[in-house]
Design a protein around this ligand. Structure first.
Ligand code: TMP
Length: 240
């Protein structure tokens, strides 16, 4: 049976989430053209951004699925929409870093682009009012955000597995995967699966040769050419 978009459940910074008529186990995501940074203090609308990110996220979810990584993604429609399994989002941003950049480079006053000895997994607590602060394993457990260390170990292991696959995929597209953010959700059966989106909004992607930025840092840092860079990421991925 064909899915029909139901009522709006939630509007996020980059996506709207709708119910799916007659199926409570699904949600309908609509990708918006909005770009936000610094907890939405900086905002813009960029034509085609939603469509490009939908295509990139779909490509990545399909690729991960073909490598036995389960996610909430089920199918993509047209220019803006995907239907996903409904999950209860775990309020953690799971960041994987291969090369030092962004907030962790700033925190330790180390030059961006410094290689890390091994991929680094960090948790941030998803709470807009607090600007998504860094949170330690012990804090997550003490605050009962997750009940068991075992869950955190599972999140780290899955994030590192995704990192290996994505690093390889982007390398084939002549792109260095510097870092990225993942979100996970719990299915009604209690399984933990990848959710949200993976796109240039949630990754740092540098051209292998020029080290030119091809991600949302172009917007954050007013470098220009945002849509052109996102398009180039998509073009290269489709060529892989
Ligand atoms: P950071 O260096 O600002 O901590 O970001 C690390 C990576 O996570 C970077 O690729 C951007 C991504 N990210 C998001 O997608 N959403 C967020 O809210 C944050 C803080 C980071």
């Amino acid at each position: 049976m064909e899915n029909k978009k139901g009522s709006l459940l939630y509007e996020g910074k980059a996506k709207k989430v709708f119910a799916v008529e007659n199926d409570d186990s699904l949600v309908w995501l609509e990708f918006k053209d909005s770009l936000t940074a610094y907890n939405a203090q900086k905002k813009a609308e960029m034509e085609e951004k939603g469509t490009i990110n939908l295509k990139i996220a779909t490509f990545i979810f399909e690729y991960l699925k073909s490598n036995a990584v389960e996610s909430h993604w089920l199918k993509t429609f047209g220019e803006r929409d995907m239907v996903c399994k409904k999950v209860e989002i775990i309020p953690l941003e799971v960041v994987v870093r291969n090369t030092l950049a962004g907030s962790t480079a700033k925190k330790f006053a180390i030059e961006e682009g410094t290689p890390l000895k091994a991929p680094l997994v960090e948790f941030y607590y998803k709470k807009d009012e607090l600007n998504d602060p860094f949170i330690s394993d012990d804090q997550i457990l003490a605050l009962n955000i997750c009940k068991e260390q075992q869950t955190l170990d599972q999140l780290k292991k899955e994030a590192l597995r995704v990192n290996v696959l994505l690093k390889d995929l982007f390398a084939k597209a002549k792109i260095d995967l510097i870092d990225f953010k993942l979100e996970f959700g719990r299915t009604p059966e209690g399984d933990i699966i990848l959710s949200d989106e993976i796109s240039p909004d949630s990754c740092r992607l540098w051209d292998v040769n020029s080290q030119e930025k091809m991600d949302k840092d172009r917007f954050r840092r007013d470098l220009g050419g945002v849509i052109e860079a996102y398009k180039e990421v998509l073009r290269r991925l489709l060529e892989v």
